[in-house]
Design a protein around this ligand. Structure first.
Ligand SMILES: *Cc1c(COP(=O)(O)O)cnc(C)c1O
Length: 385
């Protein structure tokens, strides 16, 4: 039995072009990018700088504003802890959303225990921030607002440009976890008024274990306290020998995205809408979690009335989807995102996240929809509401 992969928000397969670009750096071009005295080092450094430029280009940034990390979890940690650390002041205040990724929420929690003041704003039922609530939350001690671009569970797109403008007006830095949007939507740190931005290679057809933090150098220049002591790599912001093959792959993934993302996004929107239509035609009691209006093309998150989530998962071994609480590492209580948008208790655990991506086909979507309809009908017959 073939398993259809519909979990592109969790990770993506490496694009063959990306793998191809990486291989020499696991072979003859194994140099350390920090070795400045010989050709092995220079080759590695050259490749890293090409990748840095490709990532910067896709973000509308300058190459020197890109800091390589081990992934977006580290980027989020570095952004929040780095800004608060550089601000120095006890009682610094940061603002974030209840629906952020754990890497932001847990970091904010750690900062709070260390004396930082944290405001975690709730969201509207459609999953979006209320801009007036955000404005009201910003005060004289606020140093940072951290709001994600696209949510990894329900796919909703926050009004990033307006949030950035509001931060700019108030002289507050704006950090954006753009992992789920980067390489899919046109992201521009200048147009979107972003001062710090977290991105990850493995969410956009690159390798796992490599990411970046964009750190604005001008208007304003962002000061960050490094979180790792060592050799002072990456302009002193992130020490550690660079993952050269990973970085090369990340750069290639960005180059591919720059070429193909517009067309790909359109195609995924059509497929996602088809999936939604098939489910709604085939079943009663299908609830979409999160608003549809501002939403990533490849995302659909739905709950099925009167269906047990575990039974659904067990009955669908041929579909790789994410369900209920799978997104929160902390277990208990289900998804913090679904809770934050006020999902009904009985609809929490059958919440199913379909993530479509580059290799998803029309046939796969038709098959997946058919199987879900069949299984949900059967489960409802077995266990009438
Ligand atoms: C996956 C993800 C992360 C974490 O990225 P890693 O590179 O896996 O550490 C952070 N934020 C969002 C929105 C994500 O989807």
């Amino acid at each position: 039995m073939k398993t259809i992969y519909l979990d592109y928000h969790a990770t993506t397969p490496v694009d063959p072009r990306v793998l191809e670009a990486m291989l020499p750096f696991y072979g003859p071009q194994f140099g350390n990018a920090a070795s400045g005295t010989h050709r092995f080092g220079w080759e590695a450094e050259g490749a890293v700088e090409v990748a840095r430029q490709r990532i910067a280009l896709l973000a509308g940034a300058e190459a020197r504003e890109i800091v390589f990390t081990s992934g977006a979890t580290e980027s989020n940690n570095l952004a929040l802890k780095g800004v608060v650390g550089a601000a120095g002041a006890a009682g610094a205040h940061i603002v974030t959303l209840a629906t952020e990724h754990q890497a932001v929420l847990d970091t904010a929690c750690t900062l709070e225990r260390a004396g930082c003041r944290v405001t975690t704003l709730r969201v509207r039922p459609d999953g979006l921030v209320d801009l007036e609530e955000l404005r009201a939350a910003i005060g004289p001690e606020t140093v940072l607002v951290s709001v994600m671009y696209a949510n990894n569970e329900i796919g909703v797109l926050q009004p990033v440009r307006q949030i950035g403008a509001m931060c700019r007006e108030n002289h507050v830095l704006f950090h954006c976890d753009a992992v789920q949007a980067f390489g899919k939507l046109p992201v521009s740190v200048d147009a979107d008024n972003i001062d710090l931005m977290s991105v990850s290679a493995h969410k956009m057809y690159g390798p796992k274990g490599v990411g970046a933090l964009y750190v604005r150098r001008r208007n304003p220049r962002v000061l960050l306290k490094a979180q790792m002591d060592g050799g002072g790599h990456e302009g002193g912001m992130r020490s550690g020998t660079l993952n050269v093959p990973g970085i090369v792959g990340f750069g290639e993934a960005c180059a591919v995205a720059a070429e193909e993302m517009a067309q790909e996004y359109g195609r995924l929107g059509v497929l996602r809408d088809r999936l939604k239509r098939r489910l709604e035609e085939g079943l009663e009691g299908v609830h979409v979690n999160g608003g549809m209006e501002h939403r990533l093309a490849g995302n659909l998150n739905v709950s099925f009335e009167g269906v047990d989530g575990d039974a659904l998962l067990v009955a669908l071994p041929d579909l790789a989807v994410s369900m209920g609480s799978a997104c929160s590492s902390h277990g208990g209580g289900g998804s913090h995102v679904l809770r934050a948008i006020g999902t009904r208790a009985d609809l929490m655990q059958s919440a199913t996240r379909f993530g479509l991506g580059r290799y998803t086909t029309e046939e796969e979507v038709e098959y997946a929809a058919g199987r879900v309809v069949e299984v949900v009908r059967r489960l409802r017959e077995q266990r009438p509401v």
